[in-house]
Design a protein around this ligand. Structure first.
Ligand SMILES: Nc1ncnc2c1ncn2[C@@H]1O[C@H](COP(=O)(O)OP(=O)(O)OP(=O)(O)O)[C@@H](O)[C@H]1O
Length: 282
C-alpha cells in the first residue's frame, strides 16, 4: 500500500535526515514507528502524507507519489499531527465543512467516537482543552475511513481512561483495507496494539518486523545467569539481568518494546544481525 524507495531527505543539505531509506507498509496492519528525539519520525510521516518532499527517491501510496498530492490520494489519507489546531466551530460545524473531502466518511461513526471519547458535540472546539481537541481530531480521523491513517504521537495529552478508549477504537477500526501508522514515544501506551515495529535510527529504518517475527527470534526476560546464551542486550535490575537473548530454543515470550528500543538505539549490530535473515522488505 505504501512503498518508500531510496528516500533521501534533508532540511539542511549538511545534515541529511534520511539516506536511501526503504520501507514497505501493507494494509491490514498497525505499524508503530519509534525513534529517538530528532530521528525524523514526524518528517518521515510528512513525506508519506505528501506534506514534505524528498530530495530524491519515492514515496508511493497505492502506486502514486504522495508528493503529487492528487485528490485521489488525499481523500484516502488522514494525517493527525502531533500538535492539533482547531477552528472556532462546533464538531458538527467542522463535520459539515470538511467531511465531504473524504468519500468514505461516516457521520454515525463520528458521533459514536465522540461519545466513546466523552466529547461534547455542541462545544466550540476552541473552548475545549488540548486533550479534548486531540480526541475530537482522532474521532474525525477514524471516521474518515481512509485507507491510510497516520497518527503522530496520538496519546500525548490524553488521560489514562482516554488512552484505554483510544486503544480500543484503533483496534476496532483496523480492517484488511486499512493501513495505520502510529509514531510514539509512549511505548507502554501502544505495545499491545501495534503488530509491526518500525525503528528509525541513523537515517534509516533499522527494524521492520512483526511482533511475531521478533518474539520468534528474540527472548526477553530477567536472568540470574546468562552463561552460554547469545546475549544481544542487557540492563542491570535488582532481580538480575534484564536481557534480550537469541531465542534458539523456540521459547514463547512477550516482547518488551522499551527494551527492544533501548537495544536498537544503543548498540544494535548484534541484534540486527540476528534479525537480518527474516527482515521483510517485500
Ligand atoms: N521544518 C523544519 N525545518 C528545519 N528543520 C526541521 C524542521 N522540522 C524538523 N526539523 C529537524 O529535523 C530533525 C527531525 O525532526 P522530526 O520532528 O522529524 O523528528 P522526530 O523523530 O519526530 O522528533 P521527536 O521525537 O522529538 O518528535 C530534527 O533535527 C529537527 O530539528
Amino acid at each position: 500500500m505504501i512503498q518508500i524507495t531510496n528516500l533521501n531527505f534533508c532540511y539542511d543539505s549538511k545534515k541529511p535526515l534520511f539516506k536511501n531509506l526503504n520501507l514497505s507498509l501493507k494494509a491490514g496492519h498497525i505499524y508503530g514507528l519509534l525513534g529517538k528525539n530528532g530521528a525524523g519520525k514526524s518528517t518521515l510521516l510528512k513525506n508519506i502524507a505528501g506534506l514534505a518532499f524528498p530530495q530524491s527517491g519515492k514515496c508511493l501510496i497505492n502506486g502514486t507519489e504522495s508528493s503529487k498530492r492528487l485528490v485521489s490520494t488525499l481523500q484516502n489519507l488522514y494525517f493527525i499531527a502531533e500538535e492539533v489546531y482547531v477552528p472556532a466551530l462546533t464538531p458538527g460545524q467542522f463535520l459539515e465543512r470538511t467531511a465531504s473531502f473524504y468519500p468514505a466518511f461516516s457521520i454515525t461513526d463520528f458521533y459514536s467516537y465522540l461519545k466513546i471519547l466523552d466529547i461534547d458535540p455542541d462545544l466550540l472546539m476552541t473552548k475545549m482543552s488540548y486533550g479534548q481537541q486531540k480526541k475530537l481530531i482522532i474521532a474525525f480521523g477514524l471516521a474518515t475511513n481512509t485507507g491510510v491513517l497516520i497518527l503522530d504521537e496520538p496519546t500525548n495529552g490524553l488521560d489514562i481512561p482516554s488512552k484505554v478508549q483510544f486503544r480500543k477504537l484503533i483496534a476496532s477500526v483496523l480492517n484488511e483495507e486499512r493501513c495505520i501508522i502510529i509514531s510514539t514515544h509512549q511505548v507502554r501506551d501502544l505495545d499491545s496494539l501495534i503488530d509491526t515495529i518500525l525503528i528509525l535510527d541513523d537515517h534509516r529504518i533499522v527494524i521492520e518486523n512483526t511482533v511475531d517475527e521478533l518474539t520468534d527470534k528474540l527472548f526477553f526476560g530477567v536472568f540470574k545467569d546468562l552463561t552460554g546464551m547469545n546475549v544481544l542486550y542487557e540492563e542491570d535490575t535488582l532481580m538480575g539481568k534484564y536481557a534480550i537473548v537469541q531465542n534458539t530454543a523456540g521459547k514463547y515470550g512477550k516482547m518488551d518494546l522499551e527494551l527492544l528500543f533501548n537495544a536498537t538505539t544503543t548498540n544494535s549490530s548484534k541484534l540486527l544481525n540476528v534479525l537480518k535473515p527474516t527482515t521483510n522488505h517485500a
